[in-house]
Write a protein that binds this ligand. Structure first.
Ligand SMILES: C[S@@+](CC[C@H](N)C(=O)[O-])C[C@H]1O[C@@H](n2cnc3c(N)ncnc32)[C@H](O)[C@@H]1O
Length: 229
């Protein structure tokens, strides 16, 4: 499938897939969207409500590594230990990585080497990226995830239900539910009624929240009790 690097409205780039008319991030601003949906509504919400020495995060759709990089920056800023796992079936190429301007677009040009390290460390291995941030990239499909009560937070960042409806179903959300600890939180940029209903049917408590600039709403789902089936 053809892939093009394009600039979004906050100056950060993203990957555009013309055939699907779909992007890896919001055209209104990739960095802006990631900070709002995953950091503010996910990581910061979790830290404000629950105490843990170390936070474990699962990212569904590692893609460009933007969410991993911004989360690394937060781990430094907060001196908080984060264990980050990114699942991705189709990694971006090294040529594409060179065109991603995320350190500059997130005012962290001094962390360019860390952004490169996030991409060059081997897959299927836990790598210590910094004192506070470890990363394991796993190359597999989302329906192959088998973790049980492992993660505090899931960043659910798959392509939209318009192009990949099979990734927004009860089957996939059950896998996410199983992978979360009690009080674990899943955040996503999506706000569709069908997505919300699939999350509720899985057992999640779901809240609609204000979305990032350019998007009215997003969803946050919390696992309050153990899976029954
Ligand atoms: C919206 S993009 C990812 C955005 C990513 N979080 C980022 O910041 O770049 C969705 C990602 O899911 C990956 N993907 C799509 N279908 C998948 C599947 N069935 N299993 C695993 N990864 C998949 C794509 O290759 C793509 O990288």
């Amino acid at each position: 499938m053809e892939r093009k690097i394009i600039k979004t409205n906050d100056g950060s780039v993203t990957i555009h897939l013309p055939e699907w008319n779909e992007q890896y991030h919001s055209k209104h601003g990739a960095v802006q969207e990631a900070r709002h949906v995953f950091l503010k509504m996910g990581l910061h919400f979790y830290l404000e409500n629950f105490q843990t020495e170390e936070i474990s995060i699962l990212e569904i759709g590692f893609g460009t590594g933007l969410n991993a990089f911004l989360t690394f920056l937060e781990s430094e800023r907060l001196s908080k230990k984060i264990r980050y796992t990114g699942v991705e079936a189709y990694p971006v190429s090294s040529e594409e990585v060179l065109q991603l301007n995320y350190p500059e677009a997130s005012q962290a040009t001094n962390k360019e080497a860390i952004f490169q390290k996030i991409h060059t460390v081997p897959w299927e291995t836990i790598s210590q990226i910094s004192e506070f941030f470890s990363l394991e990239k796993q190359q597999k499909k989302f329906d192959e995830i088998e973790d049980i009560t492992t993660f505090d937070i899931i960043y659910f960042d798959a392509f939209g239900a318009r192009v990949q409806p099979e990734l927004w179903t009860e089957d996939i959300f059950s896998i996410m539910y199983r992978a979360l600890k009690i009080n674990g939180v899943l955040v996503t940029y999506a706000a569709k009624g069908s997505v919300r209903r699939a999350m509720i049917a899985t057992g999640f408590q779901v809240e609609k929240l204000p979305g990032p600039p350019g998007k009215r709403e997003m969803l946050r789902a919390v696992k309050k009790q153990a899976q029954t089936s």
